[in-house]
Write a protein that binds this ligand. Structure first.
Ligand code: NAD
Length: 490
């Protein structure tokens, strides 16, 4: 059994390089046990404004810092995160509920973004374009937008922050970060690490508090030039409309409803193993997780049998305990919402094949926040389980009769974040992947996301991308200078 580490930070807002206590607090609990971890300062409006002022004040010198220097500071953050992945992993597991190994994986994933954008910082170059008139030329350059408002969810509370912070700071922006209410501790843990690397006060501010208030404040504050949100589609729409009067730049990573298509020739053991891993990862609370599993009708029974046997061998429990494959959901309310979705689908004809309730064997747990990994068959396209984002370890099986029909149904959603194709014939896999209306497709791969690639949704899953060469572009504007060519007499 791992322990919660002692804090190396304070549970307060981080503004201009120091801790700020507020009158009100947010209670942060370990969802697996219900234990109180900390009462974290709930940043008031005055202090959020103070944080934005600090980010404005530090903007000029940060923008003018050599890109290579900015990049070195970010690479230092990557190095320290890797060195301290055990501490960060234990804190993350306690606060979010995910198993320790997954939490350490998230720390490494977060570090990879600091490393990537630390390297990319020096590559934000412009270009010279020939002018139609012989004596002139165009200079095209990218300039940091200014202050970025960053808003993140609770499922990857460290990595989602890292993606945004690393890209924004590499581009020369300063940032004010509002982490999710349920998981502010890991954000506060990161702030002094960046300071230790030499990131100056005011360049990254962390203001824990409610999204509806701080998000609106970010959207309406004239000094915030770009808003980057990862959250639900509903929240994205609210933020977009709050930002509309100022025509503010938006980067939105929103909800998903990913299809996973099993082709007739797929290796069923391998596919089932990947599917179960994917659905136990953060207990299915992942925007890109397979939300609908399309299986050829003639192999449905065989495939469901393999998936069920695998799921039966897994252990659900406290993320800090050894040998646990999946943790709780983020809170009891999430369990109630998922149960209502499952009940509705069952009332309309879906069948529960199996539920793993292994967590009930541990009396130390707060069972109310746990949802059993579940296999459901007989799911049709109208049920809540296939129309909505489930955000729980439920595996809904949808039988199909032709690949064309599976593709058409897979695309029949307002979301377009991720998709998966499993099969042996690579030309067929490629052809199916090409037709999926999503931002990323994993062929025989359950987790293709990496710092090196631009990841973002289409349709109502978002605007813009994170990662890759393109990631920094979310935080810059493009300026063209048309000027006469220098006349040099030689
Ligand atoms: P959420 O939308 O409820 O909250 C996300 C963040 O937005 C939180 O910090 C919250 O405080 C803040 N927020 C809430 N209301 C706001 C408002 N009106 N204005 C501004 N900010 C506001 O989402 P969640 O429950 O924390 O996370 C789950 C959702 O996030 C799922 O829909 C999931 O698909 C999505 N998600 C998407 C990605 C992606 O990369 N596309 C990644 C992870 C999660």
């Amino acid at each position: 059994m791992k322990t919660v580490p002692s804090f190396w930070f304070e549970p307060r807002a981080w503004i201009n390089g120091s801790w700020h206590k507020m009158d009100e607090t947010i209670a942060v609990h370990n969802p697996a046990t219900g234990a109180l971890l900390a009462n974290v300062s709930r940043t008031d409006v005055r202090s959020v404004n103070h944080a934005i002022d600090g980010a404005v004040a530090s903007q000029k010198s940060w923008r003018e810092t050599a890109p290579a220097t900015r990049g070195n500071l970010l690479q230092c953050a990557a190095k320290l995160l890797i060195e301290r992945k055990d501490q960060f992993g234990r804190l993350l597991s306690a606060e979010q509920g995910k198993p320790y190994a997954q939490a350490v994986g998230e720390v490494e994933y977060a570090a990879s973004f600091f490393q990537w954008f630390g390297e990319e910082a020096r590559r934000l170059h412009g270009r010279i374009v020939p002018h139609p008139e012989a004596d002139r030329e165009f200079f095209i350059q990218h300039r940091p937008i200014g202050v970025a408002g960053l808003i993140t969810p609770w499922n990857f509370p460290l990595a989602q922050g890292a993606k945004k912070i690393a890209a924004a700071l590499a581009a020369g922006c300063t940032a004010v970060w509002k982490p999710a209410e349920s998981t502010p501790l890991i954000a506060l843990a990161l702030a002094p690490l960046l300071a230790e690397c030499g990131v100056p006060p005011g360049v990254l501010q962390v203001v824990p508090g409610p999204g509806s208030i701080i998000g609106k404040l970010f959207a309406e504050h004239p000094a915030i030039g770009v808003l980057s949100l990862t959250g639900s589609t509903e929240t994205g729409a609210q933020l977009m409309s709050a930002a509309a009067p100022q025509i503010k730049r938006l980067s939105l990573e929103l909800g998903g409803n990913a299809p996973l298509i099993v082709l007739r020739d797929a290796d069923l053991e391998f596919t089932a193993e990947q599917l179960v891993r994917m659905k136990l990862f953060v207990s299915g609370q992942v925007c890109v997780t397979a939300n609908r599993v399309f299986v050829p009708r003639e192999i449905e029974e065989e495939f469901v049998g393999i998936v069920t046997d695998l799921l039966r061998s897994k252990r659900v429990g406290n993320g800090l305990s050894d040998g646990v494959d999946a943790g709780p959901l983020i809170h009891e309310r999430a369990c109630r919402d998922v149960q209502a979705m499952l009940d509705e689908s069952v009332a309309n004809g879906a069948r529960i094949v199996y539920q793993n309730q292994s967590y009930l064997a541990d009396p130390q747990l707060d069972h109310k926040a746990f949802f059993p990994p579940t296999v459901v068959t007989g799911v049709d396209d109208e049920m809540g389980l296939s129309c909505k984002e489930i955000f729980a370890p439920i595996i809904p099986i949808l039988a199909y009769d032709s690949v064309a029909n599976a593709i058409q149904r897979a695309n029949n959603t307002q979301h377009g974040l991720a998709g998966y194709v499993y099969g042996r014939d690579m030309s067929q896999c490629r052809a199916v992947a090409n037709q999926l209306e999503v931002g990323i497709v994993g062929v025989n791969e359950w987790r293709p996301l990496k710092a090196e690639i631009p990841f973002g949704g289409i349709k109502q899953s978002g605007i813009g991308v994170e990662g890759g060469e393109e990631g920094m572009r979310e935080f810059v504007t493009t300026q063209v200078i048309s000027l006469p060519k220098p006349i040099v007499q030689i």
